[in-house]
Design a protein around this ligand. Structure first.
Ligand code: AMP
Length: 126
């Protein structure tokens, strides 16, 4: 049975285009493994996206195909960005949407980083 999120990477997705420099972003941080930029439609006072530079669709794709260096580099970047934004205290939220039920719109693995105020309940009521 196919695992969702392990399909073919779509090189035309918006984050792939940002990584290639074809469209601009409000960059917060960049290193060999990750790029962080402000979300174009912020859902909190601070809403930043952190994306790995490699061509990965989902956490399943990333965790099975990325090298240890890419995985470590990406997670370190998430931590660095949160710290650089001054969010460690009083805290923040990271979230990653996966597939249809997760509401993933952009098929390039990414982590949302929300902060700047108390964020309320984790999930909308069903
Ligand atoms: P997701 O639903 O987890 O796939 O979230 C995709 C996110 O990408 C949404 O929060 C969008 O607002 C955001 N987004 C889409 N296009 C851009 C863009 N060009 N620059 C920055 N953020 C974007």
């Amino acid at each position: 049975m196919p695992v969702k999120g392990l399909g073919t990477y779509d090189d035309t997705n918006i984050f792939a285009r940002i990584l290639r420099g074809e469209i601009p972003c409000k960059k917060v941080y960049e290193d060999d493994h990750a790029l962080a930029f402000h979300d174009i439609n912020p859902q909190a006072a601070t809403h930043v996206l952190v994306i790995p530079k490699g061509r990965y669709i989902s956490v399943a794709d990333f965790s099975t195909k990325a090298s240890n260096a890419e995985i470590a580099g990406f997670i370190r970047a998430v931590g660095k960005v949160a710290t650089a934004l001054g969010l460690d205290d009083p805290g923040y939220r990271i979230l990653a949407n996966m597939g249809e039920h997760g509401g993933q719109e952009v098929p390039h693995f990414h982590v949302h980083l929300f902060g700047g105020h108390a964020l309320g309940p984790m999930l909308a009521r069903r």
